[in-house]
Design a protein around this ligand. Structure first.
Ligand SMILES: [Mn+2]
Length: 416
Protein backbone atom coordinates (compact mmCIF):
# COMPACT_ATOMS: atom_id res chain seq x y z
CA UNK A 1 0.00 0.00 0.00
CA UNK A 2 1.22 3.51 -0.83
CA UNK A 3 -0.32 6.68 0.56
CA UNK A 4 0.29 10.04 -1.09
CA UNK A 5 -0.64 13.26 0.70
CA UNK A 6 -1.40 16.02 -1.81
CA UNK A 7 -1.12 19.75 -1.10
CA UNK A 8 -1.35 21.92 -4.19
CA UNK A 9 -1.36 25.63 -4.93
CA UNK A 10 -0.51 26.81 -1.43
CA UNK A 11 0.29 30.28 -2.82
CA UNK A 12 2.27 31.10 0.32
CA UNK A 13 2.29 34.90 0.21
CA UNK A 14 -0.38 37.54 -0.33
CA UNK A 15 -2.74 35.21 -2.24
CA UNK A 16 -2.98 32.75 0.67
CA UNK A 17 -6.17 32.94 2.71
CA UNK A 18 -4.56 33.20 6.16
CA UNK A 19 -2.04 35.55 7.77
CA UNK A 20 0.24 32.74 8.93
CA UNK A 21 0.78 31.63 5.33
CA UNK A 22 1.96 35.09 4.31
CA UNK A 23 5.27 36.65 5.39
CA UNK A 24 4.61 40.06 6.94
CA UNK A 25 5.46 42.68 4.29
CA UNK A 26 7.96 45.45 5.21
CA UNK A 27 6.39 48.70 6.52
CA UNK A 28 7.47 50.50 3.35
CA UNK A 29 5.44 48.14 1.13
CA UNK A 30 2.20 50.00 1.84
CA UNK A 31 -0.05 48.35 -0.75
CA UNK A 32 1.04 44.85 0.30
CA UNK A 33 0.69 45.73 3.97
CA UNK A 34 -2.89 46.85 3.49
CA UNK A 35 -3.73 43.55 1.84
CA UNK A 36 -1.91 41.63 4.57
CA UNK A 37 -3.74 43.53 7.31
CA UNK A 38 -7.12 42.84 5.71
CA UNK A 39 -6.66 39.09 6.19
CA UNK A 40 -8.90 38.02 9.05
CA UNK A 41 -7.95 34.35 9.23
CA UNK A 42 -4.94 33.15 11.19
CA UNK A 43 -3.41 29.91 12.53
CA UNK A 44 -4.24 28.00 9.31
CA UNK A 45 -0.97 26.11 9.66
CA UNK A 46 -1.49 25.19 13.30
CA UNK A 47 -5.08 24.09 12.64
CA UNK A 48 -3.98 21.86 9.76
CA UNK A 49 -1.27 20.21 11.86
CA UNK A 50 -3.78 19.66 14.69
CA UNK A 51 -6.29 18.17 12.23
CA UNK A 52 -3.68 15.72 10.92
CA UNK A 53 -2.46 14.74 14.38
CA UNK A 54 -6.00 14.29 15.71
CA UNK A 55 -6.78 11.87 12.88
CA UNK A 56 -3.44 10.14 12.78
CA UNK A 57 -4.97 6.67 12.25
CA UNK A 58 -6.70 7.88 9.11
CA UNK A 59 -4.37 10.65 7.93
CA UNK A 60 -0.82 9.49 7.51
CA UNK A 61 1.23 9.17 4.35
CA UNK A 62 4.39 7.76 2.78
CA UNK A 63 4.95 10.65 0.36
CA UNK A 64 3.97 14.30 0.16
CA UNK A 65 3.15 15.59 -3.35
CA UNK A 66 3.27 19.34 -4.13
CA UNK A 67 2.08 20.01 -7.71
CA UNK A 68 3.14 23.65 -7.91
CA UNK A 69 2.32 27.25 -7.00
CA UNK A 70 3.85 26.54 -3.60
CA UNK A 71 4.59 30.27 -3.30
CA UNK A 72 2.76 33.26 -4.71
CA UNK A 73 5.70 35.24 -6.18
CA UNK A 74 8.76 33.21 -5.11
CA UNK A 75 9.84 36.07 -2.84
CA UNK A 76 12.63 34.68 -0.61
CA UNK A 77 10.50 35.08 2.59
CA UNK A 78 7.66 33.17 0.87
CA UNK A 79 10.03 30.37 -0.14
CA UNK A 80 11.42 30.23 3.41
CA UNK A 81 7.95 30.09 4.98
CA UNK A 82 6.67 27.44 2.55
CA UNK A 83 9.82 25.35 2.99
CA UNK A 84 9.34 25.41 6.79
CA UNK A 85 5.63 24.65 6.55
CA UNK A 86 5.94 21.66 4.20
CA UNK A 87 8.52 20.10 6.55
CA UNK A 88 6.17 20.69 9.48
CA UNK A 89 3.29 19.14 7.49
CA UNK A 90 5.50 16.19 6.45
CA UNK A 91 6.37 15.55 10.11
CA UNK A 92 2.68 15.54 11.10
CA UNK A 93 1.89 13.18 8.21
CA UNK A 94 4.89 10.97 9.13
CA UNK A 95 6.40 11.55 5.67
CA UNK A 96 10.23 11.39 5.68
CA UNK A 97 11.69 14.71 4.43
CA UNK A 98 13.31 12.96 1.45
CA UNK A 99 9.88 11.64 0.36
CA UNK A 100 8.54 15.06 -0.62
CA UNK A 101 8.13 15.54 -4.37
CA UNK A 102 7.14 18.70 -6.21
CA UNK A 103 6.68 20.40 -9.57
CA UNK A 104 7.13 24.19 -9.83
CA UNK A 105 4.11 26.23 -10.92
CA UNK A 106 3.82 29.48 -12.84
CA UNK A 107 3.88 31.35 -9.49
CA UNK A 108 7.12 29.80 -8.24
CA UNK A 109 9.10 32.19 -10.41
CA UNK A 110 10.84 35.36 -9.18
CA UNK A 111 10.22 38.04 -11.80
CA UNK A 112 11.83 40.91 -9.88
CA UNK A 113 15.18 40.24 -11.56
CA UNK A 114 13.60 39.81 -14.99
CA UNK A 115 14.47 42.30 -17.71
CA UNK A 116 12.76 41.82 -21.08
CA UNK A 117 15.56 43.87 -22.69
CA UNK A 118 18.26 41.48 -21.56
CA UNK A 119 18.76 38.99 -24.37
CA UNK A 120 21.87 37.37 -22.86
CA UNK A 121 19.76 34.89 -20.87
CA UNK A 122 21.33 36.03 -17.56
CA UNK A 123 18.17 37.62 -16.10
CA UNK A 124 16.01 34.78 -17.45
CA UNK A 125 18.28 32.28 -15.69
CA UNK A 126 17.86 34.15 -12.38
CA UNK A 127 14.11 33.55 -12.10
CA UNK A 128 14.53 30.33 -10.12
CA UNK A 129 17.19 31.63 -7.70
CA UNK A 130 14.89 31.96 -4.63
CA UNK A 131 13.06 28.60 -4.90
CA UNK A 132 16.29 26.89 -5.98
CA UNK A 133 18.35 28.37 -3.11
CA UNK A 134 20.42 25.92 -1.06
CA UNK A 135 18.90 27.07 2.26
CA UNK A 136 15.43 25.82 1.37
CA UNK A 137 14.11 22.28 1.11
CA UNK A 138 13.21 22.42 -2.61
CA UNK A 139 16.87 22.55 -3.65
CA UNK A 140 17.65 19.61 -1.33
CA UNK A 141 14.93 17.61 -3.08
CA UNK A 142 16.27 18.51 -6.53
CA UNK A 143 19.72 17.32 -5.42
CA UNK A 144 18.23 13.93 -4.50
CA UNK A 145 16.74 13.35 -7.96
CA UNK A 146 18.10 12.80 -11.44
CA UNK A 147 17.64 15.91 -13.58
CA UNK A 148 16.47 19.42 -12.70
CA UNK A 149 13.05 21.09 -12.91
CA UNK A 150 14.67 24.55 -12.93
CA UNK A 151 16.89 24.07 -16.01
CA UNK A 152 16.32 22.49 -19.45
CA UNK A 153 14.96 19.90 -20.10
CA UNK A 154 13.03 20.77 -16.92
CA UNK A 155 12.23 17.29 -15.66
CA UNK A 156 13.46 15.33 -12.67
CA UNK A 157 13.15 11.68 -11.68
CA UNK A 158 12.96 10.50 -8.09
CA UNK A 159 13.54 6.81 -7.46
CA UNK A 160 12.00 5.25 -4.36
CA UNK A 161 11.72 1.56 -3.55
CA UNK A 162 8.00 1.32 -4.36
CA UNK A 163 7.50 4.48 -6.43
CA UNK A 164 9.00 6.16 -9.49
CA UNK A 165 8.16 9.86 -9.73
CA UNK A 166 8.71 12.01 -12.81
CA UNK A 167 8.07 15.71 -12.32
CA UNK A 168 7.97 18.19 -15.21
CA UNK A 169 8.03 21.98 -15.09
CA UNK A 170 5.15 22.99 -17.40
CA UNK A 171 5.78 26.70 -16.63
CA UNK A 172 9.38 26.86 -17.87
CA UNK A 173 8.34 29.04 -20.83
CA UNK A 174 5.99 31.31 -18.84
CA UNK A 175 6.28 35.10 -18.64
CA UNK A 176 5.87 37.53 -15.71
CA UNK A 177 2.77 37.31 -13.53
CA UNK A 178 0.25 39.50 -15.24
CA UNK A 179 -3.51 39.23 -15.20
CA UNK A 180 -3.76 40.01 -18.94
CA UNK A 181 -1.75 36.94 -19.94
CA UNK A 182 -3.12 33.38 -19.88
CA UNK A 183 -0.56 31.36 -17.96
CA UNK A 184 -1.21 28.08 -19.75
CA UNK A 185 1.28 25.26 -19.54
CA UNK A 186 3.62 23.85 -22.17
CA UNK A 187 4.97 20.34 -22.70
CA UNK A 188 7.96 21.42 -24.79
CA UNK A 189 8.65 18.81 -27.52
CA UNK A 190 12.42 19.28 -27.08
CA UNK A 191 12.16 18.49 -23.36
CA UNK A 192 9.87 15.56 -24.11
CA UNK A 193 12.28 14.05 -26.58
CA UNK A 194 14.85 13.89 -23.77
CA UNK A 195 12.25 12.50 -21.36
CA UNK A 196 11.33 9.76 -23.84
CA UNK A 197 15.00 8.84 -24.25
CA UNK A 198 15.38 8.69 -20.47
CA UNK A 199 12.31 6.47 -20.05
CA UNK A 200 13.47 4.19 -22.88
CA UNK A 201 16.79 3.76 -21.06
CA UNK A 202 15.17 2.70 -17.77
CA UNK A 203 13.03 0.15 -19.62
CA UNK A 204 9.62 -1.35 -18.88
CA UNK A 205 7.88 -1.05 -15.48
CA UNK A 206 9.48 -3.06 -12.68
CA UNK A 207 6.36 -3.34 -10.51
CA UNK A 208 6.78 0.06 -8.83
CA UNK A 209 3.98 2.59 -9.13
CA UNK A 210 4.79 5.25 -11.74
CA UNK A 211 3.59 8.73 -10.79
CA UNK A 212 3.82 11.83 -12.98
CA UNK A 213 3.46 15.29 -11.49
CA UNK A 214 3.08 18.56 -13.33
CA UNK A 215 1.48 21.92 -12.51
CA UNK A 216 -0.90 22.60 -15.43
CA UNK A 217 -3.84 20.65 -16.87
CA UNK A 218 -3.90 17.86 -19.43
CA UNK A 219 -7.71 17.79 -19.73
CA UNK A 220 -9.82 20.78 -20.64
CA UNK A 221 -12.11 21.02 -17.59
CA UNK A 222 -14.95 23.54 -17.47
CA UNK A 223 -14.59 26.44 -15.07
CA UNK A 224 -17.01 26.33 -12.09
CA UNK A 225 -18.87 29.06 -14.00
CA UNK A 226 -19.31 27.30 -17.35
CA UNK A 227 -19.48 30.47 -19.49
CA UNK A 228 -15.96 31.43 -18.47
CA UNK A 229 -13.25 30.27 -20.88
CA UNK A 230 -10.46 28.20 -19.39
CA UNK A 231 -6.79 28.62 -20.35
CA UNK A 232 -5.20 26.06 -18.03
CA UNK A 233 -4.51 23.39 -20.63
CA UNK A 234 -0.94 22.41 -21.43
CA UNK A 235 -0.02 23.09 -25.04
CA UNK A 236 0.94 19.66 -26.44
CA UNK A 237 -1.08 17.96 -23.66
CA UNK A 238 -1.76 15.10 -26.09
CA UNK A 239 2.00 14.57 -26.46
CA UNK A 240 2.28 14.40 -22.66
CA UNK A 241 -0.64 11.96 -22.34
CA UNK A 242 0.77 9.72 -25.10
CA UNK A 243 4.10 9.60 -23.27
CA UNK A 244 2.36 8.65 -20.01
CA UNK A 245 0.33 5.87 -21.63
CA UNK A 246 3.24 4.52 -23.68
CA UNK A 247 5.48 4.38 -20.61
CA UNK A 248 2.86 2.76 -18.35
CA UNK A 249 2.44 5.61 -15.89
CA UNK A 250 -0.15 4.75 -13.22
CA UNK A 251 -1.33 8.20 -12.18
CA UNK A 252 -1.03 11.90 -12.94
CA UNK A 253 -1.38 14.55 -10.23
CA UNK A 254 -1.53 18.23 -11.14
CA UNK A 255 -2.62 21.59 -9.75
CA UNK A 256 -3.02 25.12 -11.18
CA UNK A 257 -6.76 25.80 -11.33
CA UNK A 258 -8.12 25.90 -7.84
CA UNK A 259 -11.06 23.68 -8.70
CA UNK A 260 -10.52 20.00 -7.70
CA UNK A 261 -11.50 17.21 -10.10
CA UNK A 262 -10.90 13.51 -10.58
CA UNK A 263 -11.19 11.77 -13.92
CA UNK A 264 -9.39 9.24 -16.04
CA UNK A 265 -8.03 9.50 -19.58
CA UNK A 266 -8.35 6.67 -22.07
CA UNK A 267 -8.30 6.41 -25.84
CA UNK A 268 -9.09 3.78 -28.46
CA UNK A 269 -5.52 2.56 -27.90
CA UNK A 270 -4.88 3.09 -24.20
CA UNK A 271 -6.56 2.12 -20.96
CA UNK A 272 -7.56 4.38 -18.06
CA UNK A 273 -5.03 6.77 -16.55
CA UNK A 274 -6.31 8.25 -13.26
CA UNK A 275 -5.84 12.04 -13.11
CA UNK A 276 -6.21 14.10 -9.96
CA UNK A 277 -6.60 17.85 -10.43
CA UNK A 278 -5.81 18.82 -6.86
CA UNK A 279 -7.47 22.20 -6.38
CA UNK A 280 -5.78 24.49 -3.88
CA UNK A 281 -4.70 23.85 -0.30
CA UNK A 282 -4.74 27.43 0.90
CA UNK A 283 -5.30 30.09 -1.77
CA UNK A 284 -8.01 32.66 -1.09
CA UNK A 285 -10.70 31.24 -3.39
CA UNK A 286 -12.26 33.56 -5.95
CA UNK A 287 -15.48 34.92 -4.36
CA UNK A 288 -17.37 34.09 -7.58
CA UNK A 289 -16.84 30.41 -6.74
CA UNK A 290 -18.12 30.69 -3.15
CA UNK A 291 -20.29 27.75 -2.15
CA UNK A 292 -19.11 25.56 -5.04
CA UNK A 293 -15.33 25.25 -4.58
CA UNK A 294 -13.13 25.37 -1.48
CA UNK A 295 -9.57 24.54 -0.35
CA UNK A 296 -8.58 20.88 -0.36
CA UNK A 297 -6.24 18.38 1.17
CA UNK A 298 -6.11 14.83 -0.26
CA UNK A 299 -4.77 11.41 0.61
CA UNK A 300 -4.41 9.04 -2.35
CA UNK A 301 -4.32 5.43 -1.16
CA UNK A 302 -3.00 2.89 -3.65
CA UNK A 303 -3.96 -0.63 -2.52
CA UNK A 304 -2.33 -2.61 -5.30
CA UNK A 305 -3.01 -3.70 -8.88
CA UNK A 306 -5.91 -5.56 -10.36
CA UNK A 307 -7.65 -6.81 -13.47
CA UNK A 308 -6.42 -7.83 -16.87
CA UNK A 309 -4.96 -4.35 -17.46
CA UNK A 310 -2.99 -4.51 -14.21
CA UNK A 311 -4.18 -1.01 -13.27
CA UNK A 312 -3.60 0.48 -9.82
CA UNK A 313 -6.61 0.50 -7.52
CA UNK A 314 -7.37 2.52 -4.44
CA UNK A 315 -9.17 5.65 -3.36
CA UNK A 316 -8.79 9.40 -3.08
CA UNK A 317 -9.98 10.91 0.21
CA UNK A 318 -10.42 14.69 0.35
CA UNK A 319 -11.04 17.20 3.11
CA UNK A 320 -11.97 20.83 2.76
CA UNK A 321 -11.34 23.78 5.04
CA UNK A 322 -14.40 25.58 6.23
CA UNK A 323 -13.65 28.89 7.98
CA UNK A 324 -15.92 28.00 10.92
CA UNK A 325 -15.84 24.20 11.07
CA UNK A 326 -12.17 23.73 10.18
CA UNK A 327 -11.10 20.69 8.12
CA UNK A 328 -14.14 18.57 7.27
CA UNK A 329 -14.91 15.87 4.68
CA UNK A 330 -15.23 17.40 1.19
CA UNK A 331 -18.55 17.45 -0.57
CA UNK A 332 -18.80 17.79 -4.33
CA UNK A 333 -21.71 20.25 -4.31
CA UNK A 334 -20.12 22.76 -1.92
CA UNK A 335 -16.35 22.24 -2.11
CA UNK A 336 -15.83 20.73 -5.57
CA UNK A 337 -14.99 17.04 -5.01
CA UNK A 338 -16.47 14.00 -3.27
CA UNK A 339 -14.99 12.97 0.09
CA UNK A 340 -14.07 9.46 -1.08
CA UNK A 341 -13.55 8.52 -4.73
CA UNK A 342 -12.52 4.91 -5.44
CA UNK A 343 -10.51 4.25 -8.62
CA UNK A 344 -9.16 1.22 -10.45
CA UNK A 345 -12.27 -0.48 -11.80
CA UNK A 346 -13.78 1.08 -14.89
CA UNK A 347 -17.02 -0.33 -16.30
CA UNK A 348 -18.95 1.36 -19.10
CA UNK A 349 -22.66 2.21 -18.42
CA UNK A 350 -24.34 -0.51 -20.52
CA UNK A 351 -22.15 -3.25 -19.15
CA UNK A 352 -22.65 -1.95 -15.61
CA UNK A 353 -26.44 -1.83 -16.00
CA UNK A 354 -26.51 -5.32 -17.52
CA UNK A 355 -24.66 -6.66 -14.47
CA UNK A 356 -26.63 -4.74 -11.85
CA UNK A 357 -30.21 -4.85 -13.13
CA UNK A 358 -31.10 -8.54 -12.60
CA UNK A 359 -29.61 -8.49 -9.10
CA UNK A 360 -31.32 -5.22 -8.09
CA UNK A 361 -34.72 -6.32 -9.49
CA UNK A 362 -34.47 -9.56 -7.54
CA UNK A 363 -33.34 -7.82 -4.34
CA UNK A 364 -36.16 -5.27 -4.43
CA UNK A 365 -38.80 -8.05 -4.55
CA UNK A 366 -38.11 -8.66 -0.86
CA UNK A 367 -36.55 -5.31 0.29
CA UNK A 368 -37.67 -1.69 0.05
CA UNK A 369 -34.19 -0.31 -0.70
CA UNK A 370 -30.65 -1.28 -1.65
CA UNK A 371 -27.36 0.28 -0.54
CA UNK A 372 -24.25 0.46 -2.75
CA UNK A 373 -22.34 -1.58 -0.14
CA UNK A 374 -24.71 -4.46 -0.88
CA UNK A 375 -23.76 -4.15 -4.57
CA UNK A 376 -20.07 -4.35 -3.62
CA UNK A 377 -20.72 -7.47 -1.54
CA UNK A 378 -22.29 -9.08 -4.59
CA UNK A 379 -19.77 -7.70 -7.14
CA UNK A 380 -16.48 -7.21 -5.22
CA UNK A 381 -14.63 -5.76 -8.25
CA UNK A 382 -16.99 -2.73 -8.15
CA UNK A 383 -15.37 -1.61 -4.89
CA UNK A 384 -12.98 0.42 -7.03
CA UNK A 385 -15.60 1.88 -9.37
CA UNK A 386 -15.32 5.70 -9.25
CA UNK A 387 -18.18 7.21 -7.24
CA UNK A 388 -19.74 9.15 -10.13
CA UNK A 389 -20.09 5.89 -12.13
CA UNK A 390 -21.98 4.38 -9.18
CA UNK A 391 -24.14 7.50 -8.74
CA UNK A 392 -25.10 7.52 -12.43
CA UNK A 393 -25.82 3.77 -12.42
CA UNK A 394 -28.25 4.16 -9.51
CA UNK A 395 -29.85 7.19 -11.20
CA UNK A 396 -30.45 5.18 -14.39
CA UNK A 397 -31.75 2.23 -12.40
CA UNK A 398 -34.09 4.48 -10.37
CA UNK A 399 -35.53 5.91 -13.58
CA UNK A 400 -36.03 2.47 -15.08
CA UNK A 401 -37.69 1.02 -11.96
CA UNK A 402 -39.68 4.11 -10.96
CA UNK A 403 -37.66 4.56 -7.79
CA UNK A 404 -35.44 7.26 -6.28
CA UNK A 405 -31.72 7.35 -5.55
CA UNK A 406 -29.78 9.49 -3.11
CA UNK A 407 -26.20 10.02 -1.99
CA UNK A 408 -25.00 11.81 1.13
CA UNK A 409 -21.37 12.30 2.15
CA UNK A 410 -20.42 9.92 4.99
CA UNK A 411 -23.56 7.89 4.23
CA UNK A 412 -24.01 5.28 1.57
CA UNK A 413 -25.51 5.60 -1.89
CA UNK A 414 -29.09 4.33 -1.76
CA UNK A 415 -31.78 3.25 -4.24
CA UNK A 416 -35.24 3.16 -2.67
MN1 LIG B 1 -0.81 28.13 -11.28
Amino acid sequence: MIRLAVMSDLHVGLAARAKDLCPEPPVTARKHRDRYNRKTEDAYRRKFIEFVLNKKDEITADYLVLPGDITNRADPPEVKLSSEFILQAADALTVPHDNIVFAPGNHDVDWTAFDPNDNTGVRWGQRYIPIGHKDFHFKKLVDKGEGDVFAPPHFIVWNFKDLLVVSYNSASHDLPVNKEVAHHGLADPDHFKEMRDYLARIGPPDGRVRLFIVHHHVLNFNMPIPREADFSLITNAEGLLDLLHENSFDMLIHGHRHHPRFDTHSTATYSHLPILCSGSFSVEIDTQWAGTVDNQFHIVTIDGRDGSENLIKGKITSWTNNHYKGWIPSEESTSGIHHVIPFGSYVMPHELDARLEPFIRQWLLTHDHILWKKIIEEFPDLKHLPLNSALEAFKRMAQKLGRESMYQTLKDLILY
